[in-house]
Design a protein around this ligand. Structure first.
Ligand code: DAH
Length: 364
């Protein structure tokens, strides 16, 4: 074996033995660095006779190449092993609770939406959604509000300059009721949904904002009657306000998409100088607050959705979410909901870890 072969074999052994990148780098410097042993050999080529260079050149270059390749291969292997070890060591269980409460808070509107989803999920309702930019047909016509209907004027509708895919004008939905239509035209009964979301009307004062939130409820099945509506609303309101002594009052009313229609009031009383939902509304300082509109789905609406009203009946309700939040959590100015004031959010917001569940109380 020549000196070069020996040198090559020695470095190859050292490369294999290198346990980490630092050790490997030390071998590289010793062999191939500026003053490395193989580099020194390469420098001797210049002083050789052409014949000698012809035989020694390939040997030295071969040794350099073999050691360089071995170093690269070893480096790749060490780096891969280091990455594997790091990945194994830094593995985190995403299902574990966060160790600290994150900054920020859940807006009362989002909180109430979560509470509603939880309460209605327990009653077998799914959450449905629809677009906030609706066509006139979904927002009005299919809900038995034809073009000439006076109810259109009451809705202070924001119109866009565009027509929708069905050829009717696009509007910002003025209520969540179009989700009833979207659900009935895309699902088969039995249907049990709530549809919380944003709604828009050109209206603004202490109790009205141009964007606000509603939740729609819809049940469609055979043999549904007003008793189902009343029980569902009572069960919902008791769970939401977390009291059993809550009374509802159904007042005959009118909505184009329900027949008969009822507006629903919830009884309040005064306890320790504070107005609370529940207690005796006929007692001193007690009374009624309107919280939602409801009724039996109008046969014209079921048939507009391609369902036979003789076979399928249902009830629907629509309720302002912002108002529910104000009643439950005691805010008095709706506009503050949308100001983005951090002090307000800190005061009225909810912990991100506080997920409403029926077992712990939905408003906990
Ligand atoms: N869409 C109505 C509104 O915004 C509320 C409403 C009333 C919804 C009665 C309903 C209902 O589903 O049955 O004023």
């Amino acid at each position: 074996m020549t000196d070069i072969d020996e040198m090559k074999a020695r470095y190859l052994t050292q490369v294999d033995a290198a346990q980490d990148l630092d050790a490997l780098e030390a071998v590289r410097v010793a062999a191939l660095g500026k003053k490395g042993a193989i580099s020194e050999q390469l420098k001797t080529l210049g002083k050789m006779s052409p014949e000698e260079r012809q035989t020694q050149g390939p040997i030295i270059q071969g040794a350099r190449g073999a050691v360089a390749d071995a170093i690269q291969a070893r480096k790749d292997a060490l780096e891969r092993a280091a990455l594997d070890a790091q990945l194994a060591g830094e593995r985190i269980d995403m299902s574990l609770p966060a160790p600290v409460a994150p900054a920020g808070s859940v807006h009362p509107v989002a909180q109430v939406m979560d509470e509603l989803a939880e309460i209605f999920a327990d009653l077998g309702f799914a959450v449905a959604t629809g677009p906030e930019i609706e066509t006139d047909w979904y927002n009005f016509t299919a809900l038995n509000i034809p073009e000439t209907h006076p109810a259109r004027a009451e809705h202070d509708t924001f119109y866009t300059a565009e027509n929708g895919p069905d050829g009717t004008p696009m509007v910002l939905r003025t209520h969540t009721s179009p989700v009833q239509i979207r659900t009935m035209t895309s699902q088969k009964p039995p249907i049990r949904i709530i549809a919380p979301g944003r709604t828009y009307r050109s209206d603004s004062d202490a109790t009205h904002t141009p964007m606000f939130h509603q939740v729609e409820g819809l049940v469609i099945d055979r043999g549904i009657h007003m008793g189902h509506l009343k029980w569902t609303l009572e069960t919902f309101v008791k769970a939401f306000f977390e009291r059993d002594d809550i009374v509802l009052r159904l007042r005959p009313s009118y909505f184009p998409f329900t027949e008969p229609s009822a507006e629903v009031d919830v009884g309040f009383s005064v306890e320790n100088g504070k107005r609370v939902i529940g207690g005796d509304p006929e007692g001193p300082n007690g009374g009624w607050l309107e919280i939602l509109g409801s009724g039996m789905v109008h046969p014209k609406v079921t048939s507009a959705c391609g369902l036979d009203p003789e076979e399928y009946q249902g009830f629907a309700f629509g309720c302002g979410i912002d108002r529910l939040a104000m009643l439950k959590y005691g805010m008095d100015d709706l506009r503050a909901f949308f100001d983005g004031d951090l002090r307000w959010l800190k005061h009225y917001g909810f912990s991100t870890l506080d997920i409403p569940t029926l077992s712990t109380g939905v408003g906990a």
